[in-house]
Design a protein around this ligand. Structure first.
Ligand SMILES: C[S@@+](CC[C@H](N)C(=O)[O-])C[C@H]1O[C@@H](n2cnc3c(N)ncnc32)[C@H](O)[C@@H]1O
Length: 266
């Protein structure tokens, strides 16, 4: 059993709003567009947005499938669903529901395609969740899954030991911090074929609050402070150091998102 806090503990009102604003930074918007292009939703399709969060992907899917299609966004965190409801209020082709992705309350073969962006790394019972995903997608239907391995992070610092400790401690926020390494095999075992993997990196070359990495510093900082001998002072010093590196024009952050595409076996 992992000791990571549950998704409902992690995504309260404040964290959900914070994540929404980070996911609206131009670098994350660009990443989302690349991921959606890999799913290639078509007009009239029925799509499932697994762990829809603030509904950014739900909205994009809805615009792609059009008024004759349908998008069902599902999440376990009420504050996320509240944001998604507001975002998608003017899109009648969207429905939103609360469910755990390990037990989807939908009939077999209901969806033409499904997207799960940054979700399965939070799910302890990952293989059960993937089987559920395969069950609700039509034979021949498509799935796109996005997950991160934070060991792919390169984050410039004047104190690499502290930086490494922060990243190692941050790994504890989810039960599967290295999920991409086993996800192809797990998808195949769950009933997906033609599984392919692409890397979509996030790259920030300036200390800019309107980027993913600077936006994430508060979230990382509040999680790691008080764990593994990292104090609030260590976190404050790390943040100050990042600002200083930025002022020296040496800011550098890179992180890989791994995007898995697969087809539900017939
Ligand atoms: C990092 S957010 C990503 C949100 C969204 N997919 C996006 O990319 O904008 C992870 C989301 O997965 C949801 N989640 C995590 N575990 C879940 C579970 N077991 N069932 C349903 N949703 C879950 C969380 O509540 C959260 O909204």
């Amino acid at each position: 059993m992992s000791t990571a806090p549950s998704a409902t503990e992690q995504f309260d009102d404040q964290a959900s709003k914070r994540l929404e604003s980070i996911y609206l930074t131009p670098d994350v918007v660009e990443q989302r567009e690349k991921v959606l292009a890999l799913l290639a939703p078509r007009v009239g399709e029925h799509a499932l947005d697994i762990g829809c969060g603030p509904g950014l992907t739900t909205e994009s899917l809805a615009l792609a499938v059009g008024a004759g299609g349908h998008v069902l966004g599902v999440d376990i965190a009420e504050p996320m669903l509240a944001i998604a409801k507001q975002r998608c209020a003017s899109l009648p082709q969207v429905s939103l529901g609360m469910a755990d992705v390990t037990a989807l309350p939908y009939e077999d073969a209901r969806f033409d395609c499904a997207l799960a962006s940054q979700v399965y790394e939070y799910v302890e019972q990952i293989d059960t969740a993937l089987k559920e995903l395969a069950r609700v997608i039509k034979p021949g239907g498509r799935a796109v899954l996005v997950d991160t391995d934070w060991e792919s992070a390169v984050w410039a610092s004047h104190d690499d030991v502290r930086m490494r400790k922060i990243l190692e401690t941050w790994n504890e926020h989810i039960p599967h911090p290295q999920l991409p390494r086993s996800l192809k095999r797990r998808m195949e075992q769950a009933g997906f074929i033609k599984v392919r993997v692409e890397v979509v990196p996030l790259l920030n070359l300036a200390y800019d609050p309107q980027t993913y990495s600077v936006g994430m510093m508060d979230m990382l900082g509040s999680f790691v402070a008080g764990r593994r001998s990292l104090s609030a002072d260590d976190v404050a010093a790390w943040k100050e150091d990042a600002r200083a590196i930025g002022a020296e024009n040496n800011y550098f952050f890179s992180l890989n998102r791994y995007v898995f595409t697969g087809e539900r076996a017939v």
